[in-house]
Design a protein around this ligand. Structure first.
Ligand SMILES: [Zn+2]
Ligand SMILES: [Zn+2]
Length: 283
């Protein structure tokens, strides 16, 4: 089978390697779709502090169950699935209290452990997330980043009727804005320096952009240049300050990874992007 190996920043080699066989408790997935995460880009640029080379990237993915090992009952061959990318010990204190995403010896597939950028990929029964047939493979590959948005917006207080600011319109910010909307926010303001990202966000969440977005210009270098002209859009009057930073807040002082975990009821969130109907007036 083919395996995409990043041998150094910016260089990927396709290698032929033997197809793995699932052992007890393991599942062999035929990879169908892989998402590209912001952290994958950092690895590509050699800027990810916790990744060394060579590395097989890929941690947001979906596929078909090709075969299952002994004792696996969670999925059957031929079914769609994705999987959590964290390799954890299950014994340390964070693992025991359910915070496996900050396991003392955490490895994340695609960074410190081989990822899914290969034709077939082995995962384990404790990490597998079965997907409904109605979900496309593209949607399946978005389950992991969507889980970030589900988790982070779930940590906020009740959002019904609130005005929410989302900082950053990348994939996570985009999904956070959609989740915020699903949770009943009244108005959502999303910011970014990239018009491309704002356009994507616009088509996903806002039927039409409410205010023109100025083209990005260099940040003012000093106070006098700042006074000459600011390109920052002014804050609409009457907004209460409820800020949602679309990033993961670890409860550790020195997190070793920025990956978030799927919430405990992860199976149900697979349906959210496909079936939740968004209130048309909530923008
Ligand atoms: Zn990611
Ligand atoms: Zn652990």
């Amino acid at each position: 089978m083919r395996q995409a190996v990043m041998t150094q920043p910016g260089k990927i080699e396709f290698r032929q390697v033997p197809e793995p066989k699932p052992g007890p408790g393991e599942i062999l997935l035929r990879v169908k779709q892989i998402g590209v995460c912001g952290s994958d880009i950092h690895v590509n640029h050699g800027k990810h502090p916790f990744t060394s080379y060579p590395v097989v990237q890929g941690h947001e993915f979906s596929g078909l169950v090709e075969a299952v090992g002994e004792g696996v009952t969670a999925v059957q061959a031929g079914k769609k699935a994705t999987a959590r990318p964290q390799v954890v010990c299950g014994k340390c204190r964070p693992c025991r209290r359910g915070d496996y995403n900050i396991c003392d010896v955490l490895k994340v597939e695609g960074f410190q452990a081989p990822g899914c950028a290969q034709d077939f990929f082995i995962t384990t029964t404790d990490k597998i997330v079965p997907l409904p047939d109605s979900l496309t493979f593209e949607q399946g590959a978005l389950v992991e980043p969507t889980a970030v948005a589900v988790h982070s917006t779930g940590r906020a207080p009740d959002l019904k009727g609130k005005n929410v600011v989302v900082l950053g319109a990348g994939t996570i910010g985009n999904l956070v804005a959609q989740l915020v909307r699903c949770r009943g926010a009244k108005k959502i303001l999303i910011t970014d320096l990239s018009n491309f990202r704002l356009d994507v966000q616009s088509s996903a969440v806002f039927p039409k952009r409410q205010t023109p977005i100025p083209s990005p210009s260099p940040m003012p270098r000093n106070e006098s240049s700042a006074k000459k002209g600011s390109t920052s859009p002014s804050k609409p009057s009457g907004w209460k300050q409820l800020w949602m930073q679309p990033s993961i807040i670890s409860r550790r002082e020195a997190p070793s990874s920025s990956s978030a975990s799927l919430p405990k009821n992860h199976a149900s969130i697979c349906q959210s992007p496909a079936t939740v109907s968004l209130p048309s007036s909530a923008h």
